[in-house]
Ligand binder design. Structure first.
Ligand SMILES: [Zn+2]
Length: 160
């Protein structure tokens, strides 16, 4: 079903890019991939399917390996990660999230779809409301498929 954590690392001038896929649990090994990073670190969390409580502990410990001087950017947070950012203080350490996925549901197609949202745009828009999104298949209006006050609560902490 789920796959173990896989980390793809690529280097660009001044930037280390990390793309994480699979599940984060007690077996997750970040050490090699998170070591000796460039001044900017971009962490893509789009492919995370699951993170359990042991995984949260491993993760919070692992991101402390990033130098305090590094600019750490988390992008495309999967819904499972957004839940953790909402519940676990310090889940992103001194890093910043730029974009994240929000779960939607199309009542007509009876299908779920994750929509990528910009943290900046959401912070600018008022009230932590889910933006209106059209279904990619039928172009009908989709419903936000979670509790807005909970799902978007991390934006308040990030904006400050
Ligand atoms: Zn639809």
């Amino acid at each position: 079903m789920s796959q173990k954590l896989k980390i793809d690392r690529t280097e660009e001038p001044g930037t280390t890019r990390l793309v994480l896929k699979g599940i984060i649990d007690e077996d997750a090994d970040f050490d090699a991939a998170f070591a000796d990073v460039k001044p900017t670190v971009v962490v893509n969390l789009e492919g995370i399917e699951m993170i359990n409580s042991c995984g949260v502990r491993e993760w919070v410990h692992a991101i402390q390996a990033f130098p305090k001087t590094a600019r750490v950017v988390y992008e495309k947070l999967a819904p499972r990660i957004v839940e953790q950012v909402n519940y676990v203080a310090n889940f992103l350490g001194h890093g910043k999230a730029t974009s994240f996925y929000a779960p939607y549901f199309c009542p007509k197609c009876k299908k779920e779809a994750n929509v990528l949202l910009s943290v900046e745009a959401m912070a600018r828009a008022s009230g932590g409301k889910a933006p209106t999104e059209k279904c990619p298949a039928c172009k009908g209006t989709m419903e936000f498929d979670d509790i807005e006050e909970e799902y978007f609560s991390f934006l308040e902490n990030i904006a400050s």
